[in-house]
Design a protein around this ligand. Structure first.
Ligand code: SF4
Ligand code: SF4
Length: 319
């Protein structure tokens, strides 16, 4: 099972743990991810709001860079995935757009024929190509007793991307159960966290994040599992701001589903990319006997400063 792999810019920095754990579990599952050579940031949603043609061309460049012998492209970030899939689809649907995008690409000696690639989110590849049975065969340390709230966020299954229900997704729920976790009901599992709203209206953003944390707490979740770097960033990095803002006391670690897979596969916390969370997962993971990397225990990642808002938009903190 060989795929072109588009990590996206978040996985090089704030979500490095997602990349580390993705590579670790891919190796165990027989997945070969060939990173696209010289890929560029897709521009998130901001570029599409400013000027459509350069935005599509920016994304299409990544599609065009996929070697011809590969027909499937996977991305772990929901926003990267949606941008790549949307660009392929719209170039196919609107020939004029495809012509103009390819006129732009020719400056770099590139060309993309829409439909050449199947664009897939990492979760889709794992549950549908690898399959639950093969995942189960790798589980040597079940996450027994760990209560996990599965958080899909608002993008990965919308708009009807085909691999799960857009309003009530269940693929990650089932995957986490295969790992031995207790998957809690999480009615807000596909609700929006506000994305970049933290940079626009902190009060609104904090309320959206509070609802997600509250819903997980209502069901006594030990942690929240997510599939997108910005979902993780918002719920983790802004959790202390939410607590200050509302006088609450949430302490809910936010991990990537691939990190939980790595732990269930018997890998160490370091191999699972653990230790860089702002809300420490130490207490939650001690329930399943995980030793956190000693040098990282309790060491906070740089926190956002409420007084400094609005902050300039970072290229890897997409909406
Ligand atoms: S800006 Fe966001 S969506 Fe675009 S490559 Fe970076 S992580 Fe992916
Ligand atoms: S970061 Fe927020 S806006 Fe983006 S997919 Fe996750 S829930 Fe949606």
């Amino acid at each position: 099972m060989k795929y072109a792999y588009y990590p996206g810019c978040s996985l090089e920095r704030s979500a490095a743990s997602y990349h580390t754990s993705t590579m670790a579990v891919a190796g165990r599952l027989g997945l070969v991810f060939q990173e696209i050579d010289d890929w560029n940031c897709c521009g998130a949603t901001e570029y599409f709001a400013i000027n459509l043609l350069p935005a599509y061309a920016l994304v299409a460049r990544n599609l065009a860079l996929v070697p011809n012998d590969l027909t499937e492209l996977t991305a772990p970030c929901s926003a990267c995935y949606v941008n790549l899939k949307k660009t392929d689809k719209y170039m196919g649907k609107y020939p004029d757009l495809a012509t103009q995008v390819n006129q732009a690409l020719v400056a770099g000696g590139l060309h993309y024929d829409p439909g050449r690639l199947q664009v897939r989110h990492l979760l889709d590849v794992i549950v549908n190509d690898v399959g639950y049975q093969k995942v189960a065969e790798q589980v040597v340390k079940p996450l027994s007793g760990l209560r996990v709230a599965p958080y899909y966020g608002c993008l990965v299954v919308r708009p009807g991307n085909g691999f799960d229900n857009p309003e009530h997704p269940t693929s990650m729920d089932r995957l986490l159960r295969v790992l031995g976790a207790e998957v809690v009901d999480y009615p807000l599992k596909a609700q929006c966290c506000g994305g970049h709203m933290t940079q626009i209206s902190a009060d609104v953003a904090y309320e959206l994040i509070r609802r997600l944390l509250h819903n997980a707490a209502e069901y006594n979740a030990d942690l929240i599992a997510c599939v997108r770097p910005m979902c993780q960033l918002n719920l983790d990095a802004y959790q202390s701001n939410v607590n200050r803002h509302f006088g609450t006391d949430y302490h809910t670690p936010i991990l990537y589903f691939t990190q939980l897979m790595a732990l269930a596969f018997g890998m160490s916390a370091k191999e699972a990319g653990l230790g860089s969370e702002i809300v420490s997962a130490h207490v939650a993971l001690s329930k399943i006997g995980v030793e956190m990397p000693k040098q990282e225990k309790g060491k906070p990642r740089k926190r956002p400063n409420k007084q400094a808002l609005p902050m300039p938009t970072m290229p890897d903190e997409e909406a």
